[in-house]
Design a protein around this ligand. Structure first.
Ligand SMILES: Cc1ncc(COP(=O)(O)O)c(C=O)c1O
Length: 367
């Protein structure tokens, strides 16, 4: 068997992003047992650092074992019961996926749809919620990675706060990269991923549940259909009585702890500012080279810039050459813009002018 020796790729796609040596080193330290009190102390650190990053006091905040999609499933299966109504907002791939997951929970799914590349109309969502006051939840994607749109959500949270509906927000590509205030924006349930702006490999999904969400879950009439993702049991391991549920992915948790530590050292505001500065630099340089933006002005997601390459450029051919000849990964378009746009991530470690310049230098060879 040959030793594993993958090339060092500059990961400027929609995630994963590059991971610092500190995180890799932490992940290669010897595993403790998942019931070892010393590991439990590390688990507590991770939960607290996640609260700080989500900007929440929510006790029920921890990383689900699995990628962002596991977090998505965990949040829906715990909050929805068969027959419940779920309002799901869709303007890209991940809103579409949330509607699919909600439907699989047996919910009656009411969709509010918007154009790809544009933010959703908050007034339209509020009208739908007013027409459906019995909706169990309203789900929306904060940072739609398929389009590069950053959705304003604070105003929607303000409306939902005064209702019985839960506000569920996908923060997979926003946590650690853009302003996200779970408590101030009245978000009841959120899930994220480690491989984007946190710059930790894929494998964990940080989740948080407000006291309002916990009450809804505690009053369920039916058992959660997923044993693995049943919050009541997971919380007995992450908090409570520390009962064994499943073997925690120890070394992933080491990595997340280190990644969150790096964020705490930098400071959330400084990190968000770094993402914005890098995206503005990249956007201006790409515009000079003839690229045009896909995401609506004023709603562009700093960690992910979606652009139409200049007229005449072989969109997919150049993207593939960037990977094979330059070791730079850039994301392809999905759905209606497949083969038409590039999705360029400057996330976590990579949100800096230096990394943007490496890509810009390579692109110049094709102009
Ligand atoms: C907004 C959003 N939600 C959910 C997911 C699913 O996460 P994962 O691929 O880690 O399962 C992604 C992944 O790119 C995403 O960008």
């Amino acid at each position: 068997m040959k030793e594993l020796n993958p090339p060092q790729i500059l990961l400027l796609g929609p995630g994963p992003s590059n991971v610092s040596y500190r995180v890799l080193r932490a992940m290669s330290t010897p595993p403790l047992g998942h019931m070892d009190p010393r590991f439990m102390a590390l688990m507590d650190d991770v939960c607290q650092m996640l609260r700080d990053t989500f900007q929440t006091e929510n006790q029920m905040t921890f990383p689900v074992s699995g990628t962002g999609s596991a977090g998505m499933e965990a949040t829906f299966v715990n909050t929805l019961e068969p027959g419940d109504k779920a309002v799901v907002c869709i303007n890209g791939v991940f809103g579409t996926r949330m509607a699919d997951v909600a439907g699989r929970c047996g919910a009656e799914v009411i969709t509010v749809e918007g154009e790809w590349g544009q933010p959703l109309d908050v007034q339209k969502i509020v009208e739908t919620l007013k027409a459906n006051p019995d909706a169990k939840l309203c789900a929306i994607v904060h940072a739609e990675t398929s389009t590069g749109v950053l959705q304003p959500i604070a105003e929607l949270g303000q409306f939902i706060k005064g209702t019985d509906t839960l506000f569920l927000v996908d923060t997979v590509t926003s946590l650690g990269g853009v302003d996200l205030q779970v408590d101030n924006w009245n978000i009841d349930v959120s899930y994220s991923g480690t491989q984007k702006c946190l710059s930790v490999p894929p494998g964990l999904s940080p989740v948080t549940f407000s006291p309002k969400a916990v009450e809804v879950i505690q009053n369920r009439a039916t058992k959660v259909q997923s044993w693995y993702l049943d919050l009541s049991m997971l919380m007995n391991y992450w908090g409570g009585d520390r009962l064994y549920h499943h073997t925690a992915p120890i070394n992933m948790i080491y990595g997340l702890r280190e990644g969150l530590g790096i964020i705490a050292e930098e400071g959330l505001a400084a990190r968000q500012e770094r993402h914005s500065t890098a995206a503005a630099y990249l956007g201006a340089a790409l515009t000079d080279m003839g690229f045009s933006f896909f995401a609506a002005e004023g709603h562009r997601l700093p960690p992910l810039t979606s652009v139409f390459p200049p007229e005449g450029m072989d969109v997919e051919g150049v993207r593939k050459e960037l990977l094979t000849d330059y070791d730079i990964e850039v994301g392809a378009g999905l759905g209606p813009v497949a083969g038409k746009i590039w999705r360029i991530g400057l996330m976590g470690e990579n949100a800096c002018v230096q990394k943007a310049n490496v890509l810009l230098g390579a692109i110049r060879d094709f102009i």
